[in-house]
Design a protein around this ligand. Structure first.
Ligand code: SF4
Ligand code: SF4
Length: 350
């Protein structure tokens, strides 16, 4: 199994090295405009946080998979895990915030030993949309996870799962051998308890991201293709497909550099820049919380160790008024959120 960049002691495991790459070369020479310059052309700099709507909590970088494109650099060798104490600090905020969506992510969030306790407690807060980002294979990884579909159902969790393609070859190429078969089995089990069925309140959405150095196609037509193929081949149903652009950070950046596609990919992102996507990028209504409780504008900034530009840095000192209206911290990776129809954890934004 592939190891994380961190375990391999790769230079790219260091966030400052990634930021150097994103700031130098074609951007330093002026061959391509920086993201700051680009959004300033339409008077959108500085990008400002609006009212908080989504709290995204990363409960740890441990994962049972080591996908090629992972922006978290997650894997079984990552030991960063949110403690119950930090979870409790998050719960204090969840109960008092006006955010309508709680989004648990990782790694594989289910691998955090306090995951179930946290879900049970968070579900009591009655937040409108409670998302768990599940990689699907975790449901089949070990007997102790087999009941996850029932557990999700009990707490009315909205399941959002990565599924890069409806074919075995493309899925396994990006996510590892055997991932496709386990994902199909997990989807069938989620369907069996009611997830993803037409008219069901048990929401099951899939996330597509490209397997190479190219941008995703049209979300609506891909959704149709996914629905048709998964139904015909495996009788699987789901609600929506979110098409997400790979951001040039962590293992996807490593892939771009190793395959000599970095500059070409940055050109694609800049050429596909859509100024109308800027107003809706997810950092404008989201706050990302890391496994150790620090605050970031988004999960990508978290991985680049770019903390929020605010006096408030940690969930224990959370203050909605001080965080609202803050300037968002940006760099060239942000072009991944504004290319074409735009991209966020919920798919297209424009
Ligand atoms: S992309 Fe998701 S499933 Fe794959 S290694 Fe990263 S966190 Fe795990
Ligand atoms: S990468 Fe983060 S900070 Fe940059 S535009 Fe996207 S969501 Fe906002």
């Amino acid at each position: 199994m592939l190891k994380s960049l961190k375990k391999r002691e790769s230079d790219l495991a260091k966030s400052n090295r990634q930021l150097e790459i994103l700031s130098n070369g074609i951007f330093k020479s002026g061959e391509l405009p920086t993201f700051k310059k680009k959004i300033a052309e339409t008077n959108q700099f500085p990008l400002k946080a609006k009212k908080l709507e989504i709290l995204q909590i990363n409960v740890g970088y441990m994962c049972n998979q080591v996908c090629d494109h992972c922006h978290v650099d997650a894997g079984p060798d990552r030991k960063e895990i949110m403690t119950r104490e930090t979870m409790q600090q998050c719960l204090n905020v969840i109960k008092n915030t006006g955010a309508h969506t709680l989004d648990l992510t990782g790694g594989a969030p289910e691998m955090n030993p306090d995951f179930r306790w946290f879900v049970e407690e968070a579900a009591k807060a009655g937040i409108k949309d409670f998302i768990v980002r599940s990689n699907l294979t975790i449901i089949r990884a070990n007997k102790k996870y087999y009941d996850l579909p029932e557990f999700f159902k009990k707490h009315n969790v909205h399941v959002v799962s990565s599924m890069p393609h409806w074919t075995r070859g493309k899925t396994d190429k990006q996510r590892g051998n055997g991932v496709f078969d386990k994902s199909i089995k997990a989807l069938q089990e989620l369907n069996a308890v009611g997830y993803g069925m037409p008219g069901s309140d048990l929401r099951l959405d899939l996330v597509y991201n490209p397997s190479g150095a190219f941008l995703p196609g049209d979300q609506a037509s891909m959704e149709k293709d996914f629905k048709k193929a998964l139904m015909e081949d495996f009788s699987i149903q789901f609600h929506n497909l979110f098409a997400i652009t790979n951001l040039p950070i962590a293992r996807f950046l490593d892939f771009l550099i190793a395959s000599e596609n970095y500059e070409e990919y940055m050109y694609q992102l800049v050429e596909a820049y859509n100024p109308s996507a800027v107003a809706n990028v997810m950092c404008t209504n989201t706050l990302s919380i890391s496994w150790d409780g620090y605050l970031y504008d988004c999960d990508f900034n978290q991985m680049l160790a770019l903390p929020v530009n605010s006096k408030v840095k940690h969930i224990s000192e959370y203050n909605e008024e001080l965080l609202e209206g803050r300037n968002i911290v940006i760099s060239q990776h942000c072009y991944g959120c504004t290319a074409g129809a735009g991209s966020s954890c919920q798919g297209s934004v424009a």
